[in-house]
Design a protein. Structure first.
Lengths: 202, 291
């Protein structure tokens, strides 16, 4: 259960060194993506000028405030509240996110499925669990919004955040076939019959 | 008493922001209670982070969660009030739009087919505004619930049949909690609607999921089911965020309605750990905010 500080972008070797139950703190850059972003990129063939190779992408659509563009807020957006959404809806985008855009890490909540787990092993990626619903805390780890693309999809634009001490995040799915979600799900379903019996279900 | 619609608009605006920033005391106490009994080390850490987040949100006057949800307003009109109902609904909608624009808040509301976001948190039929009546003289109560999608996407209805009995209800609730896993941001309030028509059954599940912790179903049979199901789902080991542990649900809440002789409907709607709500009472004495 090691702790890793990863300066982004990171390498395949660094990601393959991660094991479930390790913790990670990200430094430097984090990209924000969501349902509409990935529908646009992967289903509708839109391109982005942003380079995600070796980077981490968080499943998010932030609350932002429009401000005058400045060196601190070059996009004219200031972060208000940046949190995390349920990852499972975006399961089928894991492969193109890693394969086409070259992302290495996905930050999200609730976990991803077997297809993503296979992709992590094959392509060298991992899933870092953040605590859903703790956006006020996460916002304190965001320095600024550095860039934004596909902004017609706002708030589901492709965001580039400058981050500092983003974590600790829990490695919940790794390149070695480990998934905390699968393990918990299997154990919980194994308790189903006994649970129903105790409720008097015949 | 004549209701001042400008006041209602201001209240609708204020309630949306308050609900997003200040967690009700019963939910905070619920997290403390789960923290005290949780035995899993990871789960304890997850719960501690949730508690820290509540403090950070209050200290920084920020939103607890990024999900501004679908805004829901529940209005209860007491006796002796003079109000134009249609204008009241328009005032609430204006207040909701103003909160979104003025704070600003992320509008999480889109057209269901075009997916166009008007950036107002409003759209056809949204915010849902439910109107009810009470015998309390001179009081208008507005409750605001920002219902997040992580929990709302995990909603189910099953039109079971009488031959399946209460076993169908119990089995359904357990299976819904298993299927939800970590997607609903557990620990949750599991809202269960039993009986009614299909639409009433789903509405009861929502009412149950958004009821304050510590309250119980007014029907004794419903209350007994609440206790049994709360213990059962917390024995499954799903845990906070679906990462394992004892704290899968704060509670299972049940609401019931009579149903047809041929029907046995059950619905489940969940509320996430950030079980946000805010309320205000408007009377001759002014506005009093609470939860």
């Amino acid at each position: 259960m090691a702790h890793h500080v990863l300066k982004m972008p990171t390498s395949e070797a660094a990601v393959r060194a991660l094991r479930v139950n390790d913790t990670v703190t990200l430094e430097g850059t984090l990209f924000g993506i969501r349902d509409a972003t990935q529908i646009a990129l992967f289903d509708r063939g839109r391109a982005t000028r942003l380079d995600l190779r070796g980077h981490a992408a968080i499943h998010t659509a932030p609350n932002v405030r429009k401000v005058d563009p400045s060196p601190r807020n070059p996009t004219g957006y200031e972060p208000v509240c940046v949190g995390t959404t349920t990852s499972a809806r975006m399961e089928r985008f894991t492969v193109p996110l890693l394969e086409q855009l070259g992302a290495r890490l996905i930050v999200g909540k609730g976990g991803l499925g077997p297809g993503s787990l296979d992709a992590f092993a094959r392509l060298g990626g991992a899933y870092l669990a953040i605590i859903g619903g703790t956006a006020a805390l996460e916002t304190t780890w965001i320095d600024a919004i550095e860039d934004v693309d596909l902004d017609d999809l706002n708030p589901e634009s492709l965001w580039k955040f400058a981050i500092r001490g983003f974590g600790p995040l829990l490695v919940a799915m790794d390149t070695h076939g480990g998934s905390l979600y699968a393990a918990v799900d299997t154990a919980a379903r194994a308790r189903r019959a006994n649970t129903l019996a105790k409720l008097g279900v015949k | 008493m004549r209701i001042d619609l400008e006041q209602v608009e201001d209240v609708a605006r204020e309630l949306y922001v308050r609900a997003l920033k200040i967690l009700p005391p019963d939910v905070k106490a619920g997290l403390d209670r789960l923290t005290a009994t949780e035995t899993d080390a990871t789960a304890k850490q997850v719960l501690a982070t949730m508690v820290t987040n509540i403090r950070v949100a209050e200290d920084t006057e920020n939103l607890l969660c990024q999900d501004t949800g679908i805004p829901i307003y529940n209005v209860t009109l007491g006796s002796g009030l003079e109000v134009d109902g249609a204008a009241l609904k328009r005032a609430i909608r204006r207040g909701c739009e103003r909160a979104t624009r003025e704070h600003p808040l992320r509008s999480s509301v889109v057209h269901p087919i075009t997916r166009v976001n008007e950036h107002t948190s409003c759209g056809p039929g949204v915010p849902p505004i439910h109107i009810d009546f009470s015998d309390e003289p001179g009081k208008l109560t507005v409750e605001m619930i920002p219902k997040g999608s992580g929990s709302e996407n995990n909603s189910w209805l099953r039109m079971a049949i009488p031959a399946e009995g209460v076993d169908a209800i119990k089995t359904f609730v357990v299976d819904c909690v298993l299927d939800a896993g970590g997607k609903t941001c557990p620990p949750t309030i599991v809202g269960v609607g039993i009986g009614g028509t299909s639409d009433l059954c789903v509405a009861l599940a929502k009412k149950a999921a958004t009821r304050p912790l510590g309250t119980s179903c007014p029907d004794p049979e419903g209350a007994r089911l609440e206790a049994a199901l709360t213990e059962a789902v917390n024995g499954l080991g799903v845990g906070p965020q679906g990462l394992g542990g004892d704290s899968t649900a704060f509670a299972v809440h049940v609401e019931i309605a009579a149903t047809h002789i041929t029907m046995n409907p059950v619905a489940v709607n969940m509320q996430c750990h950030s079980a946000r709500r805010a309320s205000a009472v408007i009377s001759a004495a002014g506005v009093k905010y609470g939860f």
